[in-house]
Design a binder for this molecule. Structure first.
Ligand code: DON
Length: 310
């Protein structure tokens, strides 16, 4: 199939999926995200030779939110190694919403079950090294700038401040982690790093490039440079399958069958091993916090192009 035909197909599937944007709602617990137009839907695909296919709103900036948890995990693993990280955060799906607190208390030891839920990602942010929050954030920004080829990747200040002001639940999770000894450093600083990395701004096309690096086992196909070890890419893709769509991960694995990570700004990063990275932006969310039209679009795409990995 040539690029023109594939782009036509992509636009047809995007149109079909966009009919369900009306069944979702934009996130409102971070007030700044509630301003987004829920009808948008964009999709970009990055191929192993760096070619990009696109349809819809692919240049509209949005914040990574939970998609950033993959990249904070990569930085934490590169800096601390597998053993240190997984002594403090688990490898199991929860079956609970992304911001749930319940299992933190009921399961012993009190470490978060996985790095994709908020508690786990806050624990991971606590492991990122640097002499201050800015330096710790720069580790992540540097990697994302390299992987997207965009030296201007930055934090959306309005979204960051909006989350920081309203993050009582995340604060509760973080202080519980401090009490259980999972977080050892300054709690407010670690929260600050977490809010900022969630507020890093990207486009669907950039997310497709990020997904392609994972699909190529840690190599940036546009530069040929290895960004992180293949073993870390393998761990991330496994988490994407088991926990990437939270308590909808099982259903998504059956209906779509592609490793993916969602965020409450409406982004989804999907990665088809060796074949493509996919970036989706559709801010209307279902009740579990995943882009409603984005999930539909990935399901249609997976069926049409036989992308499922199982
Ligand atoms: O901590 C939060 O609630 C947000 N910054 C990120 C949550 C999120 O993206 C969940 N994803 N679907």
């Amino acid at each position: 199939m040539n690029i023109e035909q594939a782009t036509k197909q992509l636009e047809r599937l995007r149109k079909e999926a966009s009919t369900c944007t009306g069944t979702g709602k934009v996130a409102s617990y971070i007030p700044e995200l509630a301003k987004e137009d829920p009808c948008q839907l964009g999709v970009s695909i990055c191929m192993p030779d760096g070619t990009i296919l696109s349809a819809g709103e692919v240049n509209k900036p949005f914040t990574l939110q939970s998609i950033s948890k993959i990249f904070s995990l990569i930085v934490a693993l590169c800096q601390n190694g597998h053993q240190y990280v997984f002594e403090r955060v688990g490898k199991e799906p929860t079956g609970d919403p992304f911001n749930s607190i319940i299992k933190l208390e009921t399961i012993k030891p009190h470490k978060p079950l996985n790095p994709m839920i908020n508690a786990g990602a806050i624990a991971v942010a606590g492991m990122i090294q640097g002499k201050n929050v800015q330096e710790r954030l720069e580790c992540l920004l540097d990697m994302l700038r390299k992987m997207t080829g965009n030296p201007n990747i930055h934090v959306n200040e309005a979204v960051y401040c909006s989350e920081k002001k309203t993050a009582d639940r995340n604060r509760a999770l973080a202080w519980f982690l401090k009490d259980s000894g999972v977080l050892t450093g300054d709690v407010e600083e670690t929260l600050d790093l977490y809010f900022q990395h969630c507020s890093i701004e990207v486009t669907a096309t950039e997310v497709a490039r990020l997904g392609m690096v994972l699909a190529a086992d840690g190599v940036d196909v546009c530069t040929g440079e290895r960004v992180f070890p293949a073993e870390i890419a393998r761990i991330c893709k496994t988490f994407m399958v088991t926990c990437g769509m939270y308590n909808a991960s099982g259903e998504f694995a059956i209906d779509v069958g592609i490793p993916a990570k969602s965020g409450v700004a409406g982004g989804i990063m999907a990665t088809v091993p060796q074949r493509m990275g996919i970036g989706v932006f559709g801010p209307a969310l279902d009740e579990k916090g995943n882009s409603v039209a984005g999930v539909k679009l990935l399901e249609l795409l997976s069926k049409e192009w036989n992308l499922g990995i199982f």
